[in-house]
Write a protein that binds this ligand. Structure first.
Ligand code: SF4
Length: 372
């Protein structure tokens, strides 16, 4: 496992090609050296300056003294029988715009499949959004992550599973935090992730999931480089959504779905709507029919996520009701999939690792949204 390449100096992780060019120039080196660091770091995934063989030896040595690549540190790994690895990562105190970022603990999940791997990453430590089915909500917002801390999770997961990597990597921004409430850092990270000269992941393989922050969706729609968009819907009416997602009072379903209708989809793209099925609450056939109506005129697909019973007072949905719900959507031509959380034997339910970590004296807390 690669660690920090150095413990002192400017942290280069999360910097764009332009920022790295400016960095090398400010150190009296040609700008193209910055582009070479960018290539070595994100494209070749070299985390020690000494391994950046595209740089002259004297520069490598100087960088080792004067700069750092501060990857998040793996505090714990939980391996599931299905191959899923859930990481608890420690983020150090760091300097950032607006002051010092406090130390924090977050979660990242690596899910191997036959032909690809999916990495679920966090964008904030804690979350201020307060969805009632999510244990992270109980933490409140601890702090925003920097672009380096967000992309660092992808790099750590890839590095730690290097021997078993499949050709395709999917990245989902569905871990702890609301990505659209940490907009600038998330976009800075996405520009590196989606850059053909950076990590070169296709926008078709990166999904940002939001609880429905309408101004953020509108802002994202203007971006030249953007991932796919998923909306955490989870209800079939405003009353129901108000009850489990108080953010709905600020951005009610009409405003949210209007923003979705205006969202400029690329020819290959559909919006994903995630719907956590909470037994006896939002899983009736009437709910399904209302969802069909809500999503009419949208190029959409729906992921149904049966509730994974845990610490929160919701019921597991009945398998027959899941199937009836699915069928009502499918019969109306809506692409619909039932997704079960991966890694159920290593605490897959939302926030379970958070609880465990919060019980540990030296660490802060982290969570994974159920919508993966
Ligand atoms: S589900 Fe996502 S947006 Fe809602 S409280 Fe949890 S982390 Fe925040």
């Amino acid at each position: 496992m690669a660690g920090n390449s150095s413990t002192c100096g400017a942290d280069l992780l999360g910097k764009s090609a332009n920022e790295l060019r400016a960095f090398t120039e400010s150190h009296g080196e040609p700008a193209y050296r910055g582009a070479q660091i960018y290539h070595a770091l994100y494209s070749e995934r070299r985390f020690e300056f000494s391994a950046m063989t595209n740089l002259p030896a004297a520069l490598r040595e100087r960088l080792s003294r004067e700069a750092a690549i501060a990857l998040p540190k793996v505090l714990r790994r939980y391996r599931s029988a299905d191959g899923t690895v859930r990481y608890v990562l420690a983020l150090a105190e760091s300097e950032r715009k607006g002051g010092l970022g406090k130390p924090a603990t977050i979660e990242t999940v690596f899910m191997p499949e036959e032909k690809r791997q999916t990495i679920c990453i966090s964008t904030q430590a804690g979350c201020a959004v307060d969805c009632h089915f999510c244990l992270t909500a109980t933490l409140g917002l601890i702090r925003n992550l920097s672009a380096g801390e967000i992309i660092g999770q992808v790099l750590v997961a890839l590095e730690d599973n290097q021997a078993a990597l499949k050709p395709q990597t999917n990245v989902v921004l569905m871990g702890q935090g609301e990505p659209l409430l940490n907009y600038e850092a998330v976009m800075a990270m996405l520009r590196i992730l989606l850059d053909p000269n950076g990590m070169a992941i296709s926008p078709k393989h990166v999904t940002l999931s939001t609880s429905g922050i309408v101004p953020g969706i509108e802002k994202l729609s203007q971006e030249k480089v953007r991932p796919k968009l998923a909306i955490s819907l989870n209800a079939s009416s405003n009353e129901q959504r108000d009850e489990i997602m108080p953010i709905n009072r600020k951005y009610p379903m009409e405003a949210l779905l209007d923003a979705c209708r205006r969202y400029p989809l690329r020819p290959w793209e559909r919006l994903t709507f995630e719907y956590v099925l909470l037994g006896g609450f939002n899983d009736s056939p009437e709910d399904a029919r209302r969802v069909v109506k809500l999503l009419s005129n949208l190029r959409a697909k729906v992921n149904l996520i049966p509730w994974n019973p845990g610490e929160l007072p919701y019921e597991k949905p009945d398998p027959e009701r899941i199937e009836t719900f699915r069928k009502i959507l499918a019969d109306k031509g809506l692409p619909v999939f039932v997704r079960y959380s991966r890694g159920q034997d290593v605490m897959a339910a939302c926030g379970q690792l958070a609880l465990l970590e919060s019980a540990a004296p030296s660490s802060s807390v982290a969570h994974i949204s159920p919508a993966i």
